[in-house]
Design a protein around this ligand. Structure first.
Ligand code: SF4
Ligand code: SF4
Length: 133
């Protein structure tokens, strides 16, 4: 869920300088899974390791060795990807760890995004306050 030729460097990551937030709008995810197929880091914060490992029924060190790698900037962990660049947690039915997915995943596109994101994301805008995403 990050950079590619289609998504210039830096655009597809939380913390990029190009996020445009819309306080009056909530974008409701339609589970198209497009954002799970973008090449790049799926950042895992330190506090997210234990709940994800527990959800998968794994020990934390087992989860780390099986499913994570260093982020591109080597400052923290990312989920690994499949050969086709999809996130390793993407299955036919959607995200395997949806209930405990990383905040990077839960935060897109309402908490972070990048120019052009609406062309590749099917989330539907609703007035803020109408629904909790
Ligand atoms: S956030 Fe957008 S791109 Fe990602 S699954 Fe939801 S609708 Fe699709
Ligand atoms: S953890 Fe789940 S929501 Fe996040 S990129 Fe992977 S499959 Fe998608």
């Amino acid at each position: 869920m990050s950079d590619s030729a289609e998504h210039p460097a830096g655009h597809g990551s939380p913390g990029n300088d190009l996020t445009v937030l819309e306080p009056d709008v909530n974008y409701v995810c339609q589970r198209c899974n497009a954002c799970c197929k973008w090449p790049g880091d799926v950042r895992i914060a330190e506090g997210e390791i234990a709940p994800i490992a527990a959800y998968l029924g794994m020990a934390e060190d087992e989860f780390i060795s099986h499913y994570t790698r260093l982020r591109t900037n080597r400052q923290g962990l990312s989920l690994i990807e499949k050969e086709n660049h999809e996130c390793i947690m993407l299955e036919a039915g959607g995200c395997r760890i949806h209930l405990v997915k990383p905040s990077q995943c839960a935060g897109f596109p309402n908490k972070w995004n990048f120019p052009g994101w609406r062309k590749i994301c099917e989330a539907i805008p609703v007035p803020a306050g109408d629904i909790t995403v």
